[in-house]
Design a protein around this ligand. Structure first.
Ligand code: F6R
Length: 610
Protein backbone atom coordinates (compact mmCIF):
# COMPACT_ATOMS: atom_id res chain seq x y z
CA UNK A 1 0.00 0.00 0.00
CA UNK A 2 1.15 3.61 -0.46
CA UNK A 3 4.19 4.84 1.44
CA UNK A 4 5.50 8.32 2.27
CA UNK A 5 9.03 9.46 3.01
CA UNK A 6 10.34 13.00 3.31
CA UNK A 7 13.63 14.49 4.42
CA UNK A 8 14.75 17.96 5.45
CA UNK A 9 18.20 18.73 6.86
CA UNK A 10 21.87 19.12 6.09
CA UNK A 11 22.41 15.95 4.09
CA UNK A 12 21.41 15.18 0.52
CA UNK A 13 17.71 14.26 0.71
CA UNK A 14 17.78 12.17 -2.46
CA UNK A 15 19.61 9.01 -1.31
CA UNK A 16 17.93 9.18 2.10
CA UNK A 17 14.47 9.37 0.54
CA UNK A 18 15.26 6.55 -1.92
CA UNK A 19 16.52 4.39 0.93
CA UNK A 20 13.32 5.12 2.89
CA UNK A 21 11.18 4.17 -0.12
CA UNK A 22 13.07 0.89 -0.43
CA UNK A 23 12.30 0.08 3.15
CA UNK A 24 8.62 0.63 2.39
CA UNK A 25 8.63 -1.63 -0.67
CA UNK A 26 7.38 -4.57 1.38
CA UNK A 27 4.03 -2.77 1.72
CA UNK A 28 3.32 -3.33 -1.98
CA UNK A 29 3.14 -0.57 -4.63
CA UNK A 30 3.06 -0.01 -8.39
CA UNK A 31 4.74 3.36 -9.00
CA UNK A 32 7.10 5.75 -7.24
CA UNK A 33 8.16 9.38 -7.31
CA UNK A 34 10.03 12.19 -5.62
CA UNK A 35 9.83 15.99 -5.57
CA UNK A 36 12.87 17.86 -4.31
CA UNK A 37 14.26 21.34 -3.93
CA UNK A 38 17.29 21.72 -6.10
CA UNK A 39 19.33 23.82 -3.66
CA UNK A 40 21.63 25.22 -6.36
CA UNK A 41 18.99 26.19 -8.92
CA UNK A 42 16.34 27.11 -6.36
CA UNK A 43 13.57 25.16 -8.04
CA UNK A 44 11.53 22.01 -7.45
CA UNK A 45 12.32 18.95 -9.55
CA UNK A 46 9.81 16.12 -9.73
CA UNK A 47 10.70 12.63 -11.01
CA UNK A 48 8.19 9.77 -11.29
CA UNK A 49 8.26 6.20 -12.57
CA UNK A 50 5.60 3.57 -13.20
CA UNK A 51 7.40 0.68 -11.59
CA UNK A 52 9.94 -0.05 -8.91
CA UNK A 53 11.99 2.26 -6.68
CA UNK A 54 15.07 0.88 -8.46
CA UNK A 55 13.90 2.64 -11.64
CA UNK A 56 13.47 5.86 -9.71
CA UNK A 57 16.97 5.48 -8.31
CA UNK A 58 18.25 4.89 -11.83
CA UNK A 59 16.91 8.29 -12.84
CA UNK A 60 19.21 9.93 -10.25
CA UNK A 61 22.20 7.67 -10.98
CA UNK A 62 24.46 10.18 -12.74
CA UNK A 63 22.96 13.38 -11.43
CA UNK A 64 24.86 15.78 -9.22
CA UNK A 65 21.76 17.45 -7.82
CA UNK A 66 21.99 18.31 -4.16
CA UNK A 67 18.78 18.79 -2.27
CA UNK A 68 18.22 19.37 1.42
CA UNK A 69 14.47 18.83 1.20
CA UNK A 70 12.46 16.15 -0.59
CA UNK A 71 9.17 14.29 -0.41
CA UNK A 72 8.81 10.84 -1.95
CA UNK A 73 6.11 8.22 -2.40
CA UNK A 74 5.29 4.68 -3.43
CA UNK A 75 1.77 4.45 -4.86
CA UNK A 76 -0.65 1.53 -4.75
CA UNK A 77 -3.32 2.43 -7.29
CA UNK A 78 -6.86 3.22 -6.14
CA UNK A 79 -8.13 6.04 -8.39
CA UNK A 80 -6.52 5.76 -11.82
CA UNK A 81 -4.29 3.06 -13.28
CA UNK A 82 -0.63 2.67 -12.29
CA UNK A 83 1.17 5.18 -14.55
CA UNK A 84 3.58 8.08 -14.43
CA UNK A 85 0.84 10.66 -14.60
CA UNK A 86 -1.00 9.07 -11.66
CA UNK A 87 2.14 8.50 -9.58
CA UNK A 88 2.83 10.94 -6.73
CA UNK A 89 3.99 13.68 -6.10
CA UNK A 90 1.12 15.67 -7.61
CA UNK A 91 1.27 19.37 -8.28
CA UNK A 92 -0.88 22.47 -8.76
CA UNK A 93 -1.43 24.32 -12.06
CA UNK A 94 1.70 26.46 -11.82
CA UNK A 95 3.98 23.69 -10.52
CA UNK A 96 4.69 25.60 -7.33
CA UNK A 97 3.18 23.10 -4.91
CA UNK A 98 3.98 19.37 -4.75
CA UNK A 99 2.49 16.79 -2.45
CA UNK A 100 2.40 13.09 -1.64
CA UNK A 101 -0.69 11.49 -0.11
CA UNK A 102 -1.77 8.20 1.44
CA UNK A 103 -5.49 7.54 1.84
CA UNK A 104 -8.58 8.47 -0.16
CA UNK A 105 -10.29 11.83 -0.70
CA UNK A 106 -13.93 10.78 -0.76
CA UNK A 107 -15.44 14.05 -2.01
CA UNK A 108 -12.78 14.54 -4.71
CA UNK A 109 -15.26 14.45 -7.62
CA UNK A 110 -17.29 17.30 -6.21
CA UNK A 111 -14.17 19.34 -5.38
CA UNK A 112 -12.62 18.62 -8.77
CA UNK A 113 -15.68 19.93 -10.61
CA UNK A 114 -15.66 23.12 -8.55
CA UNK A 115 -11.93 23.64 -9.05
CA UNK A 116 -12.30 23.07 -12.79
CA UNK A 117 -15.02 25.69 -12.91
CA UNK A 118 -12.58 28.06 -11.21
CA UNK A 119 -10.06 27.38 -13.98
CA UNK A 120 -7.76 24.76 -12.45
CA UNK A 121 -6.19 22.29 -14.89
CA UNK A 122 -5.82 18.65 -13.86
CA UNK A 123 -3.11 16.29 -15.07
CA UNK A 124 -4.02 12.96 -13.46
CA UNK A 125 -6.99 10.69 -12.70
CA UNK A 126 -6.26 10.63 -8.99
CA UNK A 127 -8.26 11.87 -6.05
CA UNK A 128 -4.99 13.22 -4.58
CA UNK A 129 -4.44 15.90 -7.20
CA UNK A 130 -7.36 17.99 -5.97
CA UNK A 131 -5.38 18.60 -2.77
CA UNK A 132 -2.59 20.33 -4.68
CA UNK A 133 -5.12 22.58 -6.42
CA UNK A 134 -7.01 23.33 -3.23
CA UNK A 135 -3.77 24.34 -1.52
CA UNK A 136 -2.92 26.50 -4.55
CA UNK A 137 -6.32 28.17 -4.25
CA UNK A 138 -5.69 29.17 -0.62
CA UNK A 139 -1.97 29.89 -0.88
CA UNK A 140 -0.94 33.46 -0.13
CA UNK A 141 2.66 33.04 1.00
CA UNK A 142 2.29 30.63 3.95
CA UNK A 143 2.08 26.93 3.09
CA UNK A 144 0.73 25.60 6.40
CA UNK A 145 -2.11 28.10 6.41
CA UNK A 146 -3.10 27.04 2.89
CA UNK A 147 -2.93 23.35 3.85
CA UNK A 148 -5.19 23.91 6.86
CA UNK A 149 -7.71 25.83 4.74
CA UNK A 150 -7.70 23.11 2.10
CA UNK A 151 -8.09 20.24 4.56
CA UNK A 152 -11.16 21.86 6.05
CA UNK A 153 -12.96 21.16 2.76
CA UNK A 154 -11.81 17.60 2.39
CA UNK A 155 -13.74 14.44 3.36
CA UNK A 156 -11.71 11.28 3.61
CA UNK A 157 -8.44 9.95 4.89
CA UNK A 158 -4.95 11.29 4.47
CA UNK A 159 -1.35 11.14 5.45
CA UNK A 160 0.13 14.08 3.58
CA UNK A 161 3.43 15.84 2.93
CA UNK A 162 3.61 19.10 0.97
CA UNK A 163 6.35 21.47 -0.24
CA UNK A 164 6.09 24.78 -2.07
CA UNK A 165 8.54 26.72 -4.19
CA UNK A 166 7.11 29.95 -2.84
CA UNK A 167 7.47 29.02 0.83
CA UNK A 168 10.71 27.04 0.77
CA UNK A 169 12.70 25.44 3.58
CA UNK A 170 9.83 23.48 5.08
CA UNK A 171 7.71 20.37 4.72
CA UNK A 172 4.10 20.57 5.86
CA UNK A 173 2.61 17.24 6.92
CA UNK A 174 -0.91 16.30 8.01
CA UNK A 175 -2.73 13.21 9.12
CA UNK A 176 -6.28 11.88 9.23
CA UNK A 177 -6.65 8.08 9.61
CA UNK A 178 -3.48 7.35 7.68
CA UNK A 179 -0.31 7.03 9.75
CA UNK A 180 2.50 9.56 9.66
CA UNK A 181 5.47 10.08 11.94
CA UNK A 182 8.42 12.41 12.25
CA UNK A 183 11.84 10.84 12.86
CA UNK A 184 14.03 13.20 14.88
CA UNK A 185 17.70 13.68 14.00
CA UNK A 186 20.14 16.45 14.84
CA UNK A 187 19.30 19.37 12.55
CA UNK A 188 17.46 16.95 10.29
CA UNK A 189 14.09 15.22 10.21
CA UNK A 190 12.63 12.34 8.26
CA UNK A 191 8.90 11.97 7.93
CA UNK A 192 7.40 8.62 7.00
CA UNK A 193 4.20 6.64 6.97
CA UNK A 194 5.91 3.64 8.56
CA UNK A 195 8.69 3.39 11.16
CA UNK A 196 10.72 0.98 9.01
CA UNK A 197 11.60 3.91 6.70
CA UNK A 198 13.30 5.86 9.49
CA UNK A 199 14.67 3.24 11.84
CA UNK A 200 18.14 3.12 10.30
CA UNK A 201 18.53 6.91 10.80
CA UNK A 202 16.87 7.48 14.12
CA UNK A 203 14.90 5.63 16.76
CA UNK A 204 13.31 8.81 18.14
CA UNK A 205 9.93 9.46 16.57
CA UNK A 206 6.85 11.58 17.11
CA UNK A 207 3.57 10.19 15.78
CA UNK A 208 1.03 12.62 14.36
CA UNK A 209 -2.56 12.14 15.51
CA UNK A 210 -5.68 12.56 13.40
CA UNK A 211 -6.49 16.17 12.62
CA UNK A 212 -2.93 17.41 13.17
CA UNK A 213 -0.65 19.42 10.92
CA UNK A 214 3.13 19.57 11.35
CA UNK A 215 5.60 22.10 9.98
CA UNK A 216 9.10 20.70 9.69
CA UNK A 217 12.18 22.82 8.99
CA UNK A 218 15.85 21.76 9.18
CA UNK A 219 16.04 23.22 12.69
CA UNK A 220 12.77 22.29 14.31
CA UNK A 221 9.22 21.03 13.95
CA UNK A 222 5.89 22.13 15.37
CA UNK A 223 2.49 20.48 15.49
CA UNK A 224 -0.92 22.15 15.53
CA UNK A 225 -4.45 20.88 15.07
CA UNK A 226 -6.79 22.07 12.35
CA UNK A 227 -8.00 24.78 14.74
CA UNK A 228 -4.35 25.89 14.84
CA UNK A 229 -3.87 25.10 18.54
CA UNK A 230 -0.29 24.13 19.32
CA UNK A 231 0.32 20.51 20.36
CA UNK A 232 3.34 19.47 22.46
CA UNK A 233 4.08 15.76 22.11
CA UNK A 234 7.15 14.00 23.50
CA UNK A 235 8.95 11.55 21.22
CA UNK A 236 8.83 7.76 21.65
CA UNK A 237 11.78 5.42 21.16
CA UNK A 238 11.33 2.77 18.49
CA UNK A 239 12.31 -0.66 19.76
CA UNK A 240 12.88 -2.06 16.26
CA UNK A 241 16.34 -3.13 15.35
CA UNK A 242 17.29 -2.63 11.73
CA UNK A 243 18.78 -6.15 11.74
CA UNK A 244 15.28 -7.44 12.39
CA UNK A 245 14.19 -6.03 9.08
CA UNK A 246 16.77 -7.86 6.95
CA UNK A 247 16.67 -11.37 5.54
CA UNK A 248 19.46 -12.85 7.70
CA UNK A 249 20.62 -15.23 4.98
CA UNK A 250 17.19 -16.60 4.04
CA UNK A 251 16.19 -16.31 0.38
CA UNK A 252 12.89 -14.66 1.31
CA UNK A 253 11.47 -12.80 4.27
CA UNK A 254 8.58 -15.26 4.31
CA UNK A 255 10.86 -18.22 4.97
CA UNK A 256 12.87 -16.27 7.53
CA UNK A 257 9.67 -15.32 9.30
CA UNK A 258 8.39 -18.92 9.35
CA UNK A 259 11.70 -19.98 10.88
CA UNK A 260 11.31 -17.22 13.48
CA UNK A 261 8.08 -18.77 14.77
CA UNK A 262 9.61 -20.57 17.79
CA UNK A 263 11.16 -17.29 18.93
CA UNK A 264 7.96 -15.43 18.14
CA UNK A 265 5.96 -17.70 20.47
CA UNK A 266 8.57 -17.11 23.17
CA UNK A 267 8.34 -13.36 22.66
CA UNK A 268 4.55 -13.39 22.71
CA UNK A 269 4.48 -15.35 25.97
CA UNK A 270 7.53 -13.96 27.79
CA UNK A 271 6.60 -12.96 31.33
CA UNK A 272 2.94 -13.60 30.62
CA UNK A 273 2.47 -17.07 32.13
CA UNK A 274 2.31 -17.82 35.85
CA UNK A 275 2.82 -21.56 35.83
CA UNK A 276 2.17 -22.36 39.52
CA UNK A 277 -1.21 -20.73 39.49
CA UNK A 278 -2.15 -21.56 35.91
CA UNK A 279 -2.65 -17.87 35.05
CA UNK A 280 -1.93 -15.52 32.20
CA UNK A 281 -0.78 -12.01 33.06
CA UNK A 282 -1.29 -9.49 30.27
CA UNK A 283 0.06 -6.10 31.31
CA UNK A 284 -1.97 -4.18 28.75
CA UNK A 285 -5.22 -5.52 30.24
CA UNK A 286 -4.39 -4.92 33.93
CA UNK A 287 -6.44 -1.74 34.10
CA UNK A 288 -9.58 -3.36 32.67
CA UNK A 289 -9.51 -6.70 34.52
CA UNK A 290 -12.64 -5.86 36.52
CA UNK A 291 -14.50 -4.81 33.40
CA UNK A 292 -13.43 -8.03 31.67
CA UNK A 293 -14.79 -10.02 34.61
CA UNK A 294 -18.16 -8.34 34.07
CA UNK A 295 -18.60 -8.82 30.32
CA UNK A 296 -21.04 -11.43 29.04
CA UNK A 297 -20.13 -11.32 25.34
CA UNK A 298 -17.22 -10.50 23.07
CA UNK A 299 -17.31 -9.33 19.48
CA UNK A 300 -14.07 -9.68 17.51
CA UNK A 301 -13.42 -7.81 14.27
CA UNK A 302 -10.50 -8.34 11.90
CA UNK A 303 -9.63 -8.87 8.23
CA UNK A 304 -7.88 -11.60 6.25
CA UNK A 305 -5.46 -13.76 8.18
CA UNK A 306 -6.17 -11.87 11.41
CA UNK A 307 -9.85 -12.79 10.96
CA UNK A 308 -8.91 -16.47 10.64
CA UNK A 309 -6.76 -16.32 13.79
CA UNK A 310 -9.79 -14.80 15.51
CA UNK A 311 -11.99 -17.73 14.45
CA UNK A 312 -9.63 -20.08 16.28
CA UNK A 313 -9.60 -17.58 19.18
CA UNK A 314 -13.39 -17.72 19.36
CA UNK A 315 -13.27 -21.49 19.89
CA UNK A 316 -10.60 -21.12 22.60
CA UNK A 317 -12.47 -18.41 24.49
CA UNK A 318 -15.82 -20.18 24.31
CA UNK A 319 -14.40 -23.54 25.37
CA UNK A 320 -12.17 -22.36 28.20
CA UNK A 321 -13.82 -19.15 29.40
CA UNK A 322 -17.43 -20.01 28.53
CA UNK A 323 -17.77 -16.47 27.18
CA UNK A 324 -20.07 -16.15 24.14
CA UNK A 325 -17.84 -14.80 21.37
CA UNK A 326 -18.51 -13.82 17.77
CA UNK A 327 -16.03 -13.06 15.03
CA UNK A 328 -16.95 -10.82 12.16
CA UNK A 329 -15.21 -9.34 9.15
CA UNK A 330 -14.51 -5.72 10.08
CA UNK A 331 -15.72 -4.72 6.61
CA UNK A 332 -19.17 -6.20 7.37
CA UNK A 333 -19.44 -5.03 10.95
CA UNK A 334 -18.87 -1.39 10.08
CA UNK A 335 -21.80 -1.17 7.67
CA UNK A 336 -24.49 -3.29 9.30
CA UNK A 337 -26.33 -2.64 12.54
CA UNK A 338 -24.41 -4.49 15.23
CA UNK A 339 -26.23 -5.22 18.47
CA UNK A 340 -23.90 -4.18 21.25
CA UNK A 341 -24.73 -3.58 24.89
CA UNK A 342 -22.71 -2.43 27.85
CA UNK A 343 -21.78 -6.01 28.73
CA UNK A 344 -20.16 -6.57 25.34
CA UNK A 345 -16.44 -6.07 24.79
CA UNK A 346 -15.11 -5.30 21.32
CA UNK A 347 -11.77 -6.72 20.22
CA UNK A 348 -9.88 -5.55 17.12
CA UNK A 349 -7.17 -7.92 15.87
CA UNK A 350 -4.61 -6.51 13.46
CA UNK A 351 -0.95 -7.12 12.73
CA UNK A 352 -0.38 -3.64 11.28
CA UNK A 353 -2.89 -1.85 13.49
CA UNK A 354 -3.66 0.31 10.44
CA UNK A 355 -6.13 -1.78 8.42
CA UNK A 356 -8.81 0.69 7.35
CA UNK A 357 -11.82 -1.58 7.93
CA UNK A 358 -10.60 -2.82 11.31
CA UNK A 359 -9.96 0.73 12.41
CA UNK A 360 -13.40 1.84 11.22
CA UNK A 361 -15.08 -1.08 13.03
CA UNK A 362 -13.18 -0.15 16.19
CA UNK A 363 -14.33 3.46 15.91
CA UNK A 364 -17.91 2.31 15.39
CA UNK A 365 -17.71 0.19 18.56
CA UNK A 366 -16.21 3.10 20.47
CA UNK A 367 -19.04 5.30 19.33
CA UNK A 368 -21.39 2.84 21.04
CA UNK A 369 -19.42 3.39 24.25
CA UNK A 370 -18.36 -0.21 24.89
CA UNK A 371 -15.02 -1.49 26.14
CA UNK A 372 -12.63 -1.66 23.20
CA UNK A 373 -9.61 -3.93 23.13
CA UNK A 374 -6.87 -4.69 20.64
CA UNK A 375 -4.50 -7.51 19.74
CA UNK A 376 -1.90 -5.67 17.69
CA UNK A 377 1.66 -6.26 16.53
CA UNK A 378 2.77 -2.79 15.48
CA UNK A 379 3.55 -0.71 18.53
CA UNK A 380 2.11 2.79 18.42
CA UNK A 381 -0.20 1.98 15.47
CA UNK A 382 -3.66 3.49 15.22
CA UNK A 383 -5.52 0.47 16.62
CA UNK A 384 -3.06 0.28 19.51
CA UNK A 385 -3.54 3.95 20.31
CA UNK A 386 -7.30 4.07 19.94
CA UNK A 387 -8.33 1.02 21.98
CA UNK A 388 -9.02 1.26 25.72
CA UNK A 389 -6.63 -1.58 26.45
CA UNK A 390 -4.90 -4.38 24.63
CA UNK A 391 -2.17 -6.89 24.09
CA UNK A 392 0.85 -6.54 21.84
CA UNK A 393 1.88 -9.64 19.86
CA UNK A 394 5.61 -8.90 20.13
CA UNK A 395 6.19 -10.73 16.83
CA UNK A 396 8.63 -8.04 15.63
CA UNK A 397 8.37 -6.51 12.17
CA UNK A 398 6.82 -8.79 9.57
CA UNK A 399 8.12 -7.86 6.13
CA UNK A 400 6.75 -10.64 3.92
CA UNK A 401 3.37 -9.48 2.70
CA UNK A 402 1.74 -12.79 3.61
CA UNK A 403 1.31 -13.09 7.32
CA UNK A 404 3.06 -16.09 8.92
CA UNK A 405 4.74 -15.44 12.25
CA UNK A 406 2.24 -12.68 13.05
CA UNK A 407 -0.61 -15.16 12.52
CA UNK A 408 1.02 -17.59 14.96
CA UNK A 409 1.54 -14.79 17.46
CA UNK A 410 -2.16 -13.88 17.16
CA UNK A 411 -3.11 -17.50 17.92
CA UNK A 412 -0.68 -17.50 20.86
CA UNK A 413 -2.12 -14.30 22.29
CA UNK A 414 -5.61 -15.78 21.92
CA UNK A 415 -4.50 -18.80 23.95
CA UNK A 416 -3.22 -16.44 26.68
CA UNK A 417 -6.38 -14.39 26.52
CA UNK A 418 -8.59 -17.50 26.79
CA UNK A 419 -6.55 -18.56 29.81
CA UNK A 420 -6.92 -15.15 31.45
CA UNK A 421 -10.67 -14.95 30.81
CA UNK A 422 -11.12 -18.62 31.75
CA UNK A 423 -9.35 -18.24 35.10
CA UNK A 424 -11.51 -15.19 35.86
CA UNK A 425 -14.48 -17.53 35.37
CA UNK A 426 -14.82 -21.29 35.77
CA UNK A 427 -11.49 -22.67 34.53
CA UNK A 428 -9.73 -24.70 37.23
CA UNK A 429 -6.16 -23.94 38.28
CA UNK A 430 -5.20 -27.50 37.29
CA UNK A 431 -6.42 -26.98 33.72
CA UNK A 432 -4.85 -23.51 33.74
CA UNK A 433 -1.51 -25.02 34.72
CA UNK A 434 -1.80 -27.60 31.96
CA UNK A 435 -2.52 -24.95 29.32
CA UNK A 436 0.38 -22.78 30.55
CA UNK A 437 2.75 -25.75 30.43
CA UNK A 438 1.64 -26.76 26.94
CA UNK A 439 1.98 -23.19 25.64
CA UNK A 440 5.55 -23.05 26.90
CA UNK A 441 6.33 -26.35 25.12
CA UNK A 442 5.19 -25.01 21.72
CA UNK A 443 8.48 -23.40 20.56
CA UNK A 444 10.33 -26.74 20.77
CA UNK A 445 7.49 -28.50 18.93
CA UNK A 446 7.58 -25.91 16.15
CA UNK A 447 11.33 -26.49 15.86
CA UNK A 448 10.55 -30.20 15.26
CA UNK A 449 8.16 -29.21 12.48
CA UNK A 450 10.70 -26.88 10.87
CA UNK A 451 13.00 -29.90 10.48
CA UNK A 452 10.45 -31.16 7.93
CA UNK A 453 11.25 -28.26 5.61
CA UNK A 454 12.98 -30.40 2.96
CA UNK A 455 10.27 -33.10 3.13
CA UNK A 456 7.68 -30.39 2.54
CA UNK A 457 9.75 -28.97 -0.33
CA UNK A 458 9.72 -32.42 -1.96
CA UNK A 459 5.99 -32.60 -1.50
CA UNK A 460 5.69 -29.17 -3.10
CA UNK A 461 7.64 -30.50 -6.12
CA UNK A 462 5.12 -33.31 -6.46
CA UNK A 463 2.07 -31.02 -6.28
CA UNK A 464 3.41 -27.84 -7.92
CA UNK A 465 1.54 -28.28 -11.20
CA UNK A 466 -1.98 -28.69 -9.86
CA UNK A 467 -4.13 -25.67 -10.47
CA UNK A 468 -6.71 -26.27 -7.78
CA UNK A 469 -6.56 -27.34 -4.14
CA UNK A 470 -9.06 -28.07 -1.42
CA UNK A 471 -8.11 -27.59 2.25
CA UNK A 472 -10.21 -29.31 4.90
CA UNK A 473 -10.24 -29.13 8.69
CA UNK A 474 -12.69 -29.31 11.56
CA UNK A 475 -13.23 -27.51 14.86
CA UNK A 476 -9.98 -25.77 15.90
CA UNK A 477 -8.39 -26.61 12.57
CA UNK A 478 -11.25 -25.41 10.41
CA UNK A 479 -9.77 -21.86 10.46
CA UNK A 480 -6.38 -23.40 9.70
CA UNK A 481 -7.80 -25.06 6.57
CA UNK A 482 -9.03 -21.60 5.52
CA UNK A 483 -5.62 -20.11 6.30
CA UNK A 484 -3.79 -22.86 4.39
CA UNK A 485 -5.91 -22.12 1.33
CA UNK A 486 -5.41 -18.37 1.71
CA UNK A 487 -1.62 -18.79 1.94
CA UNK A 488 -1.52 -20.98 -1.18
CA UNK A 489 -3.64 -18.48 -3.16
CA UNK A 490 -1.56 -15.50 -2.09
CA UNK A 491 1.86 -17.00 -2.58
CA UNK A 492 1.48 -19.35 -5.56
CA UNK A 493 -1.65 -17.93 -7.28
CA UNK A 494 -3.13 -21.45 -7.24
CA UNK A 495 -6.88 -21.56 -6.81
CA UNK A 496 -7.45 -22.99 -3.33
CA UNK A 497 -10.60 -23.36 -1.28
CA UNK A 498 -10.74 -23.87 2.47
CA UNK A 499 -13.72 -25.63 3.99
CA UNK A 500 -14.94 -27.05 7.26
CA UNK A 501 -14.75 -30.75 6.40
CA UNK A 502 -18.39 -31.28 7.39
CA UNK A 503 -19.42 -28.92 4.61
CA UNK A 504 -17.66 -30.95 1.95
CA UNK A 505 -20.66 -33.09 1.11
CA UNK A 506 -22.78 -29.97 0.73
CA UNK A 507 -21.07 -28.89 -2.46
CA UNK A 508 -17.28 -28.98 -2.82
CA UNK A 509 -17.20 -32.76 -3.21
CA UNK A 510 -18.50 -32.20 -6.75
CA UNK A 511 -15.06 -30.79 -7.62
CA UNK A 512 -13.11 -33.83 -6.49
CA UNK A 513 -11.27 -35.87 -9.10
CA UNK A 514 -7.67 -36.86 -9.65
CA UNK A 515 -6.76 -33.32 -10.70
CA UNK A 516 -8.14 -31.63 -7.60
CA UNK A 517 -6.00 -32.62 -4.59
CA UNK A 518 -6.98 -32.09 -0.96
CA UNK A 519 -4.87 -31.03 2.00
CA UNK A 520 -6.64 -32.43 5.06
CA UNK A 521 -5.79 -31.57 8.66
CA UNK A 522 -6.60 -34.78 10.55
CA UNK A 523 -4.87 -34.58 13.91
CA UNK A 524 -5.51 -37.12 16.65
CA UNK A 525 -8.13 -35.03 18.44
CA UNK A 526 -11.86 -35.02 19.23
CA UNK A 527 -12.84 -34.81 15.54
CA UNK A 528 -10.30 -37.25 14.09
CA UNK A 529 -12.86 -39.98 13.30
CA UNK A 530 -15.00 -37.51 11.38
CA UNK A 531 -12.01 -36.22 9.44
CA UNK A 532 -10.99 -39.77 8.64
CA UNK A 533 -14.43 -40.49 7.11
CA UNK A 534 -14.23 -37.32 4.98
CA UNK A 535 -10.79 -38.33 3.72
CA UNK A 536 -12.12 -41.76 2.75
CA UNK A 537 -14.94 -40.10 0.83
CA UNK A 538 -12.35 -38.17 -1.18
CA UNK A 539 -10.21 -41.24 -1.81
CA UNK A 540 -13.30 -43.08 -3.04
CA UNK A 541 -13.58 -40.43 -5.76
CA UNK A 542 -9.96 -40.75 -6.88
CA UNK A 543 -8.96 -37.53 -5.14
CA UNK A 544 -5.32 -37.23 -4.06
CA UNK A 545 -4.92 -36.43 -0.39
CA UNK A 546 -2.10 -34.96 1.69
CA UNK A 547 -2.84 -35.39 5.39
CA UNK A 548 -1.47 -33.48 8.32
CA UNK A 549 -1.48 -36.08 11.11
CA UNK A 550 -0.25 -36.43 14.67
CA UNK A 551 3.03 -38.27 15.32
CA UNK A 552 2.33 -41.97 15.89
CA UNK A 553 -0.73 -42.25 13.64
CA UNK A 554 0.44 -45.09 11.41
CA UNK A 555 -3.02 -46.03 10.25
CA UNK A 556 -3.48 -42.98 8.04
CA UNK A 557 -0.25 -43.53 6.09
CA UNK A 558 -1.71 -46.56 4.33
CA UNK A 559 -4.86 -44.79 3.28
CA UNK A 560 -3.66 -41.56 1.64
CA UNK A 561 -1.07 -40.26 -0.82
CA UNK A 562 1.17 -38.27 1.53
CA UNK A 563 1.42 -37.53 5.23
CA UNK A 564 3.15 -34.81 7.23
CA UNK A 565 3.46 -35.55 10.93
CA UNK A 566 3.37 -32.95 13.69
CA UNK A 567 3.85 -33.36 17.47
CA UNK A 568 0.88 -33.72 19.80
CA UNK A 569 -0.35 -30.81 21.88
CA UNK A 570 -3.60 -29.70 23.49
CA UNK A 571 -6.39 -29.51 20.91
CA UNK A 572 -6.88 -25.77 21.55
CA UNK A 573 -3.20 -25.15 20.74
CA UNK A 574 -3.03 -27.47 17.74
CA UNK A 575 -3.67 -24.66 15.18
CA UNK A 576 -0.34 -23.12 16.24
CA UNK A 577 1.48 -26.26 15.13
CA UNK A 578 -0.78 -27.21 12.21
CA UNK A 579 -0.37 -23.95 10.34
CA UNK A 580 3.42 -24.14 10.07
CA UNK A 581 3.61 -27.00 7.50
CA UNK A 582 0.82 -25.32 5.53
CA UNK A 583 2.82 -22.08 5.39
CA UNK A 584 5.93 -23.99 4.26
CA UNK A 585 3.95 -25.86 1.61
CA UNK A 586 2.57 -22.62 0.16
CA UNK A 587 6.04 -21.06 0.30
CA UNK A 588 7.76 -23.88 -1.61
CA UNK A 589 5.04 -24.15 -4.24
CA UNK A 590 5.27 -20.39 -4.76
CA UNK A 591 9.07 -20.57 -5.15
CA UNK A 592 8.80 -23.50 -7.59
CA UNK A 593 6.26 -21.62 -9.67
CA UNK A 594 8.53 -18.56 -9.81
CA UNK A 595 6.22 -16.26 -7.85
CA UNK A 596 7.20 -13.02 -6.13
CA UNK A 597 7.13 -14.52 -2.63
CA UNK A 598 7.53 -11.47 -0.42
CA UNK A 599 5.50 -9.14 -2.59
CA UNK A 600 2.74 -11.16 -4.23
CA UNK A 601 1.01 -9.37 -7.09
CA UNK A 602 -1.83 -7.00 -6.20
CA UNK A 603 -1.34 -7.45 -2.46
CA UNK A 604 -0.31 -4.94 0.15
CA UNK A 605 1.03 -5.50 3.65
CA UNK A 606 -1.14 -2.91 5.23
CA UNK A 607 -4.56 -2.35 3.65
CA UNK A 608 -5.19 1.26 4.57
CA UNK A 609 -8.09 1.75 2.16
CA UNK A 610 -11.41 -0.03 2.50
C1 F6R B 1 -2.66 -12.50 4.51
C2 F6R B 1 -2.58 -11.21 5.16
C3 F6R B 1 -3.78 -10.36 5.19
C4 F6R B 1 -3.87 -9.58 6.51
C5 F6R B 1 -5.04 -8.60 6.50
C6 F6R B 1 -5.21 -7.89 7.82
O1 F6R B 1 -1.47 -13.20 4.56
O2 F6R B 1 -1.55 -10.85 5.66
O3 F6R B 1 -4.94 -11.10 4.97
O4 F6R B 1 -4.03 -10.50 7.56
O5 F6R B 1 -4.84 -7.67 5.48
O6 F6R B 1 -4.06 -7.18 8.14
P1 F6R B 1 -3.79 -6.66 9.61
O7 F6R B 1 -3.57 -7.87 10.47
O8 F6R B 1 -2.57 -5.82 9.49
O9 F6R B 1 -5.00 -5.91 10.04
Amino acid sequence: MCGIVGYIGKQNAIPISLDGLKRLEYRGYDSAGMALFDSQKNKIICVKVAGKVDSLEERFRNSNIFSNCAIAHTRWATHGIPSIKNAHPHNDCKKNIYLVHNGIIENYKFLKEKLKEEGHKFYSDTDTEILAHLIEKFFSGNLEEAVVQALKLVKGTYGLAVISKNDPGKIVAARNSSPLLIGLGRDEFIIASDPSAVVSYTKKVVYLEDGEVAVITPEDFSITNLRQRKIIRPHVNLKWDFEEATKAGFPHFMLKEIFEIPETIQNSTRGRLIFDEGLAKLGGLELVLDELRGISRMVICACGTAYLASLAGEYMIEEYAGLPTEVEYASEFRYRKPILNQNTAFLAVSQSGETADTLAALREAKRKGILSLGVVNTVGSSVARETDAGVYNHAGPEIGVASTKAFVSQLTVFALFALLLGRQRQLSSVMGQRIAKEISALPEKVKEILKLNSQIRNLAKKYRDYNHFLYLGRKYNYPIALEGALKLKEISYIHAEGYGAGEMKHGPIALIDKNFPTFAIALSDSVYEKMFSNIMEIKAREGRVIVLATNGNNEIKKMVDDVIYVPKTLEMLSPILAVVPLQLFAYHIGVLRGCDIDKPRNLAKSVTVE
